[in-house]
Design a protein around this ligand. Sequence first.
Ligand SMILES: Cc1ncc(COP(=O)(O)O)c(C=O)c1O
Length: 242
Amino acid sequence: IFFESPSNPTIDIIDIQKCADLIHEVNGKCIVDNTFASPALQQPLEFGADLVIESLTKYINGHGDCLGGAVIGSKNKILNIRYYWQETQGQVLSPFNAWLILRGIRTLNLRMARHSSNAMKIAEFLEDNPKVTKVVYPGLKSHPAHELAKKQMKNFSGMIGFELESVEASNRFIDVLKLIKVGVSLGDTTSLIEYTSIMTGIDLASWERKSMNISNTHFRFSVGLEDPEDLISDLDQALKQI
Ligand SMILES: Cc1ncc(COP(=O)(O)O)c(C=O)c1O
């Protein structure tokens, strides 16, 4: 069983312990993509996962300037992966990327605390705005898995999902943002927002997007480290224009 928690792009929270226990009953393996939380906020091995996947490109490097990935688990599980993917296929990090990532990791804890506190303020602002029809952030009491998020995460990270009232409003919104950049990566120092159905969701058929709960007015917001008041005033001026 392989899943993300929080998930991309709908910010669902999956019960890691429950999934691991279930799959172990049939001798399967539980693999968790921890990219949206980072190891500073969630450590799936503690909840019974066998392997953890981290996109180093995102929060762990944290500065949006290199690509990398990691698989974490016990030595016997990793050796096989290392032999096949690294020794046979040659998939290793370049030294410069490794250096950038190690440098980024030094501030991971500090950054995740700020990403989380900024995102909480923004999620509350969005939830109070009548032009925003839905806000999904694990730190909000309205998130269906808020209690579970509190149990398995140390903080709620910087990823918010939200929806506006119409496609026209969504197109206008994305055009009039000034400070917040439009882009499909996440976990950078700078905020990045994506209009999901026409960006990362563009390759999916509309029925596939529907089945994944991605509406035509869904946005995925990677809240950066800027002053939260600046981010809120940018969102506010954009929402006033739709
Ligand atoms: C949850 C999650 N895992 C993995 C990846 C892949 O990351 P990378 O860009 O390092 O290949 C992404 C990319 O958006 C992601 O959102």
